[in-house]
Design a protein around this ligand. Structure first.
Ligand SMILES: NC(=O)c1ccc[n+]([C@@H]2O[C@H](COP(=O)([O-])OP(=O)(O)OC[C@H]3O[C@@H](n4cnc5c(N)ncnc54)[C@H](O)[C@@H]3O)[C@@H](O)[C@H]2O)c1
Ligand SMILES: O=c1ccn([C@@H]2O[C@H](COP(=O)(O)OP(=O)(O)O[C@H]3O[C@H](CO)[C@@H](O)[C@H](O)[C@H]3O)[C@@H](O)[C@H]2O)c(=O)[nH]1
Length: 444
């Protein structure tokens, strides 16, 4: 099939590349000239395991093209995906200006029937608005379909190629048959295409993200209670995750969820509820708890150093909002760096992928280390914010030589308490007892 993807951000690039991989002819359109130039020069602007290989294969074989010209990009396309940003507006609602602008632009340049697909995360009623904006000046027949995307950054290619399910919102039989044909190679593993109306599809996406954010937040609250009650949240995770009604995934307590989706989508769903005069109390609590959770280690850090971080150096391992991505949108690392600097600390950071993005955002507020160990040189403590695999099995001998004092504040429960005891560390984590090094115990 001939496809167009408008917007070559995370979702657009993965959508375009993966559909090219399943044999379609794809043209991706973006208004960002520099991005399109990079893509045309073979540079993939995001870090996503597995994407580059697919990208290069499909570009070389001529199935994946990039342009800044919308009219040229959609020429002959049977399906046009809108993978455009929907950032939070001032009131928390999803800002539809990018989508509706492209919808208006599409009207006069559509030359034959096409299925226009909302791939972006958009509030209930958006498909109708997109339809109206295109219809304003269209001369041909078209359908607007809601097809929300559930991929996770870092495993986006796998999520896209082997989706748990594909949700398609449309009442048009013609559009259904086009979408069925397009997705057939991806759902052959037995995972379903679930058809529904547009509004339900739009709401499904927000319900999924809000549910997962709530699940994490619930565990974070259990963790906070565990610390007070002397229980271990990791044991509780194993204890409840084995119940198939609860499930093992997304039960990891830590210093809050971040990223480009959960924070904005929970907020947008709360705003939708407000628009329909519904008081969605659970969502308000989720946002509140997550805001506080992000810097929950700060009181312990301040307390450990006697209330003041002046003259102290704190090493931070991990900046991306989660491992396997360079994305720092709403990353808890940023909140913690701000809090550490405000408390007077000198901060040295290391992340395998996200350093350039942080440098572009906060410049020289912090020192950037070349390796995880260089970050520890002369530091008074280590803070772990993102659970990159290389932080899990470090060379403790090396660490012990570099750190000024053996203190770790771990926001992602990367180490076993026993390991920390054996290594002689003072170790604070989330939802588990604090481990105090022998010398610390003597002081207390
Ligand atoms: N990032 C994710 O993991 C993820 C997963 C599922 C769903 N989503 C949703 O998908 C949507 C896109 O997210 P993203 O992270 O890919 O966004 P992004 O901000 O990374 O990329 C959006 C792209 O759209 C381009 N653009 C803006 N206006 C344009 C126009 N008029 N014409 C052509 N291109 C234009 C931008 O230049 C940018 O490259 C959002 O609604 C998001 O909530 C994101
Ligand atoms: O047990 C867990 C799982 C995740 N997180 C945090 O939750 C955030 C989001 O993680 P994840 O969901 O893996 O990343 P995203 O790439 O943001 O993906 C989410 O948001 C996307 C955009 O809407 C959806 O498509 C995905 O299905 C949805 O998982 C990160 O900060 C994680 O550290 C936890 O704290 N504990």
């Amino acid at each position: 099939m001939k496809l167009a993807v408008v917007g070559t951000g995370y979702v657009g690039l993965v959508t375009g590349t993966c559909f090219a991989e399943t044999g379609n002819q794809v043209t991706c359109v973006d208004i960002d000239e520099r991005k399109v130039e990079k893509l045309n020069n073979g540079i993939v602007p995001i870090y996503e395991p597995g994407l580059e290989t697919l990208f290069h294969r499909n570009v070389e074989e001529g199935r994946l093209l990039f342009t800044t010209n919308l009219e040229e990009g959609i020429k002959g396309a049977e399906v046009i995906f809108l993978a455009l940003p929907t950032p939070p507006g001032e009131d928390g609602s999803a800002d539809l200006k990018y989508i509706l602008k492209v919808a208006s632009d599409l009207g006069p340049i559509l030359k034959q029937y096409a299925v226009i697909v909302d791939k972006s995360t958009v509030p209930v009623g958006t498909a109708e608005k997109v339809h109206a904006h295109i219809a304003d000046n269209a001369t041909v027949d078209f359908d607007v379909v809601s097809n929300p995307e559930f991929l996770r950054e870092g495993v986006a290619v796998e999520d896209f190629m082997k989706p748990d399910r594909v949700v398609i919102g449309t009442k048009s039989e013609r559009a259904k048959s086009v979408m069925n044909k397009l997705y057939a190679p991806l759902v052959r593993q037995g995972n379903p295409i679930i058809f529904m109306d547009e509004r339900s599809a739009e709401m499904t996406k927000y319900a999924a993200n809000a549910f997962l954010a709530t699940k994490i937040t619930f565990m974070n609250e259990i963790a906070n209670l565990c610390e007070r009650a002397g229980a271990n949240v990791d044991d509780i995770r194993r204890g409840i995750g084995t119940d198939s009604r609860i499930g093992k995934r997304f039960l990891f307590a830590g210093i809050g969820y971040g990223g480009s989706c959960f924070p904005k989508d929970v907020q947008a769903l709360a705003k939708t509820a407000q628009d329909f005069s519904y008081d969605f109390r659970v969502l308000k609590a989720v946002m509140d708890v997550n805001d506080a959770q992000k810097t929950k280690l700060m009181p312990q850090i301040l307390n450990h150093f006697g209330g003041d971080l002046k003259g102290k150096t704190i090493a931070v391992w991990g900046l991306a909002f989660k491992p396997y991505t360079d994305d720092i949108r709403e990353a808890p690392a940023l909140d913690n760096i701000r809090a550490l600097v405000e408390a007077g600390a000198k901060v040295t950071v290391y992340d395998p992928e996200a350093m350039d993005n942080v440098r572009n955002m906060i410049g020289n507020t912090v020192t950037y280390a070349h390796t995880q160990y260089a970050a520890l040189d002369d530091a008074d403590a280590l803070m772990i914010v993102t659970e990159w695999p290389l932080f899990r099995t470090p060379d403790f001998d090396k660490m012990n030589l570099l750190l000024k004092s053996k203190v770790i504040f771990d926001g992602r429960n990367v180490y076993e308490l026993e390991t920390m005891r054996e290594q002689g560390y003072t170790y604070y984590s989330v939802g588990r007892e604090a481990v105090l090094a022998p010398v610390e115990q003597a002081v207390k």
